[in-house]
Structure formats: structure tokens, C-alpha cells
Ligand binder design. Sequence first.
Ligand code: SF4
Length: 215
Amino acid sequence: MSRTASLIEESLATIEAAINDYPSLSMPTGLNLSGLVMLDLAAKVGFSGKVIFVDTGYHFPETIELWKSLQQRYDHPQFVTIENLRGHDEMYLLNPEACCEARKVDPLANYLATEGVEAILTGRTRHQSSSRPDLPLVEYGSRVHVNSVADWTRDDLERYAVDHSIERHQLYDLGFLSIGCWPCTRAVQPGGDERSGRFVGQGRTECGLWTKGKL
Ligand code: SF4
């Protein structure tokens, strides 16, 4: 069996098991390539739970367009937008970590808690940055994290996207390999770490979703 076929088989089996084990299984996504591949895989095994997007108020217009486009492509998942209730301010300049917490981490954590979500599908992979080298396929804690594409490399994801006509973020081919809010995201320099374009100048590569222990 080819590497690609083996990865697909592993991910489909992992997602299918999670669907069976956790009725409230949900999928937060920032619409990065790994999340788009994961959504496609999940759709193939009948995922009908919630796909959740947090509108921070600072997404690129292309991100919003992609979010709308996904809702046209996939019939069965329920697409949920957590709306931005904070308007706009300069917190991203003054205190970016607090901005991420207020605009992204807390709204998502509160939503998952309110909805009683016991497990989430994540698009995290080991190759994304040096901070994730040991990422397991499934993480057990107060909420189960199913990292169903943990083993995939960027080449694997790109190959799958081409083979399955996955619509990529329009900025991806301009070097935005990991895409967040426009004030805090830059194109990755050639040969750079995939997440090196995130939070440039802020001394961090994570927004806090996975490091604050709130999810
Ligand atoms: S990525 Fe930047 S703009 Fe977006 S929530 Fe975090 S600090 Fe605010």
C-alpha cells in the first residue's frame, strides 16, 4: 500500500471511530490546509457534526470566502460561525496574547463547554512546527482531541488536495502556509517553518488554543 493510501486509511478509521465513540464530536477549524483535508476525510465517513469557525473580526477576506465556499461543497456537517462580538480595537497591537484569548480561545472554549462537546477533531500535524513533534493521534484529557491527520506532512496534504480537488486558501500559494488574522500573519520565507509566518515579532507561534489548556 502506498504512503498516501495508508495515511488515508488511518485517518478515515480514526475519524470513524471518533464519530462512533463521541456523539458530540465537533471540528473547530481555521481553514488551513490540514483542516480542509480533514474535513474532506470526515465527510467521506459521514461526519454530520459541527464544523466551527471563530470569526475574530480580523480574518482575511479570502478566509471568509473560503468558509462560505465550504458550506456549498459539503451537505452533511453543520457549519457554525462564532460571531465576533468585540468589534475592532487595537488590542492586537497592545497585547496580542490577550487579543487571541479574548477573540479566539475563550469564545471557542465557551462554545464547546456550552454545547457539551466531549471530543474535537483537530487539523494539527507533527510537521507543522517544532513545538508539535510528539503529537499523538488521539489525546485524552478533559476533552478528547482527535488529531486524525497528525502523521501527514505538507507534501501529503498537498497531494491529497490536488487528487481530491480540495479548494485551498487563495493565499496559500503566495506563501501563507498557516493562516490566521491579517494583522498577525505573514508569508513564510522560503524554507521556513510552516508556522513561522504567524504572530511575527510577538515571540510565539501559537495563539493559545492548544497551549492554554482551555480546549
Ligand atoms: S491573531 Fe492577532 S488579531 Fe487575531 S486574535 Fe490573535 S492577536 Fe488578535
